[in-house]
Design a binder for this molecule. Structure first.
Ligand code: ASP
Ligand code: MG
Length: 415
């Protein structure tokens, strides 16, 4: 008998009719002979609504209380799914994060899972019950309820799959799988049959919202086969695995894009060994995540440093730089918002030079200004104006032969 873990996201449990459908799906899977653990998110947009409630009361909620509040969303869903299963004559039990043995770090809002005591879940499975686990939550050593960061139910599911040695972990969602690009913006995007852990991790980190990056990290570290599939239609999804065999001949496998990026430039800093360390320590200590960094020396040996942050961190970043102006000794800070980051990803880049050059050429043909660039072994990202983001994504999708029509030609060649 195999153990499988499956996860249903917020839209898939958005109302009671959908919850009944999830229960039927769980029942079918159990009838096929599997032990089934199901992780669910809060119903629909209920986490956002809880955030709004807190914001109505304070701009600065206590992080512990915020986690206490947000974890209620998932608890609503687990109990309702169990009731729906009981109506179908299936024995089931709901477990909060702590009841399911999910131990996390002692931070709130974005805690990492440190350990899972699977015994309670395993015991219920062995009794023949369907087990429903609240996603996105755990408990710290100090006994406080924590959350894993927005979208963290994916991570709950994969971590449980790893702990239970499950055969697979399926993430059921409102799309049918992982696409070469977000199909809402790139009409030629198509679903991938499979993708490697590394490529998926890169895409998730670069803004592809389909999977929580930490879920992919877990899947990779514990070699959990991860399936992304539709909760509505019973069609083949996308398999995230070690080394997918198909489409090896594609250098670029997918692209991701995200907006709300701001570039901050600090001009004329003293050119000293510790200048960079001092600036980025100050920002890091305030929890400001810096993405791309560019450093230049002027002809008279001063330093100019530019970096990008999420636009909602701009205010705080400027305050920190202003508060430390005397220590940092710069002449001026500029910033530019309404920017976006467009990235191409593919393991084939490691052995194919010229991918970045092709990317820049495409953007220049489209007359899109490139403001910052970063590269990794399997990705290239360009910061471009937000107004050009969709145009850039579509142009790059065609350029790297990801369009649906192009793919048919590639497939014809390799068969
Ligand atoms: N309910 C949480 C959120 O909306 C966690 C999740 O859905 O994965 O972010
Ligand atoms: Mg999600």
């Amino acid at each position: 008998m195999a153990t499988v873990v499956q996860k249903f996201g917020g839209t898939s449990v958005g109302d009671t009719a959908k919850i009944k459908r999830v229960a039927e799906r769980i029942k079918r899977r159990m009838e096929a002979g599997d032990q089934v653990v199901t992780v669910v998110s809060a119903m629909g947009k209920s986490t956002d609504k809880l955030v709004d409630l807190a914001n109505d009361i304070t701009d600065d909620p206590d992080p512990r209380e915020m986690d206490m509040l947000l974890t209620t969303g998932e608890q609503v869903t687990i109990s309702l799914v169990v009731m729906a299963l009981n109506e179908l004559n299936v024995e089931a039990v709901s477990l909060t994060g702590w009841q399911a043995g999910i131990q996390t770090e002692c931070t709130h809002g974005d805690a990492r899972i440190t350990d899972i005591d699977k015994s309670a879940v395993q015991d219920y499975l062995d009794e023949g019950k369907a087990v429903l686990v609240a996603g996105f939550q755990g408990i710290s050593d100090e006994g406080n309820i924590t959350t894993l960061g927005r979208g963290g139910s994916d991570t709950t599911a994969v971590a449980l799959a790893a702990a239970l040695g499950a055969e697979s972990c399926s993430i059921f969602t409102d799309v049918t799988g992982v696409f070469t690009a977000d199909p809402r913006y790139v009409k030629q995007a198509r679903q991938m049959p499979s993708i490697s852990y590394d490529e998926m991790l890169e895409l998730a980190n670069l803004g592809a919202g389909v999977l929580h990056p930490r879920a992919v990290e877990f899947a990779k570290n514990y070699s959990v086969p991860l399936i992304v599939a539709s909760s509505m239609e019973e069609v083949e999804g996308t398999l995230v695995e070690e080394e997918p065999s198909m489409e090896k001949n594609l250098v670029v496998r997918g692209l991701a894009f995200e907006k709300d990026i701001t570039k901050i430039s600090i001009e004329r800093l003293p050119n000293q060994y510790d200048t960079m360390a001092v600036i980025f320590k100050l920002l890091a200590n305030e929890g400001i995540n810096v993405d791309l960094i560019i450093q230049q020396t002027t002809s008279d040996h001063a330093l100019n440093v530019s970096f990008s942050v999420d636009t909602d961190k701009l205010g705080r970043a400027l305050e920190i730089l202003e508060e430390n102006k005397a220590e940092l000794c710069y002449s001026m800070v500029r910033h530019q918002s309404m920017l976006s980051k467009v990235s191409i990803v593919g393991s084939g880049m490691i052995s194919n030079p010229g991918v970045a050059a092709d990317m820049f050429e495409t953007l220049s043909e489209e007359e899109i200004e490139i403001m910052m660039v970063s590269t990794s072994e399997i990705g290239v990202s360009a910061v471009v104006p937000e107004s050009d983001m969709i145009k850039a994504a579509n142009a790059l999708h065609s350029k790297f032969k990801l369009d649906a029509e192009e793919l048919e030609k590639v497939e014809a060649l390799s068969s």
